[in-house]
Ligand binder design. Structure first.
Ligand SMILES: C[S@@+](CC[C@H](N)C(=O)[O-])C[C@H]1O[C@@H](n2cnc3c(N)ncnc32)[C@H](O)[C@@H]1O
Length: 227
């Protein structure tokens, strides 16, 4: 895929990129989504629908915004991320640990749920991430994964492409690191189509898989229940 790292290089490139942008990651997120990312994370946590004191692992927690939403909802939350910089710049009240989410330091069926924000396109093996999530979430546990997306309608899609491919890199360049925010729109190419995403989650061991389009389709939320 043009402008994207080779598969064997991807993890190293992605980790280095997030280390570089970690100091201003939260600020750029708020600006480029017009603050909507906060509501998307709230919706993600609301979709878990687990008992109040459930334990929830936030995968690729970054600076910990989803961890905070989980704590706010009363869950016992903890996060994992492989970028030291992102963890260092986080201010979440939840415990976090440096770990690769494709090899979680968790026992089988040891958590009630899992969330993941904006990392599906960043892993080297999405099927592997779903399988690893299925391994650690107990039967009937819930998952809620949030990601960017491309709107379906022609007009919205065109407007979104201009914003995402032209304006976002300018915002990222002015506030943080232009190259990283040029990678962001390109990395959408890693995301499977909605139907494929659903079937991958089904194959990994999740039932009742649903997909919600957010902000006119600029973001998506996929949820499921561990069989
Ligand atoms: C776009 S950020 C999202 C951070 C946070 N979830 C949020 O909602 O703001 C993507 C995160 O995925 C992490 N990441 C990507 N691949 C990973 C992997 N294999 N293991 C652990 N973290 C990973 C990056 O370090 C980065 O912090």
């Amino acid at each position: 895929m043009s402008g994207l790292p080779e598969p064997q290089e991807k993890a190293r490139v992605v980790r280095g990129m997030f280390d570089r942008i970690s100091a201003r990651y939260d600020l750029v997120n708020r600006v480029m989504t017009f603050g909507m990312d906060t509501g998307w994370r709230r919706r993600t946590v609301a979709q878990l629908r687990l008992p109040g004191d459930a334990t929830v692992a936030d995968l690729a927690c970054g600076t910990g915004d989803l961890c905070d939403e989980l704590l706010e909802a009363g869950y016992r939350a903890f996060g994992f991320d492989f970028s030291h910089g992102m963890l260092l710049h986080g201010r979440t009240g939840a415990p976090v640990a440096e770990a690769d989410i494709l090899h979680l330091p968790l026992a089988d069926a040891s958590v009630d749920g899992a969330t993941c924000g904006f990392a599906m396109r960043n892993v080297t093996d999405l099927g592997g991430l779903f399988a690893e999530t299925a391994r650690v979430v107990r039967p009937t546990g819930r998952i809620a994964f949030l990601e960017t997306a491309e709107p379906q309608g022609r007009v919205l899609r065109a407007g979104h492409a201009v914003y995402f491919k032209r304006i976002v890199p300018l915002i990222g360049g002015a506030l943080s690191d232009g190259e990283a925010y040029r990678y962001l729109p390109r990395s959408t190419a890693y995301l499977p189509e909605p139907e494929r995403l659903r079937s991958m989650l089904g194959d990994a061991g999740f039932a009742q898989v649903e997909r919600f389009a957010l902000a006119g389709g600029a973001a998506q939320l996929v949820v499921g229940t561990r069989r």
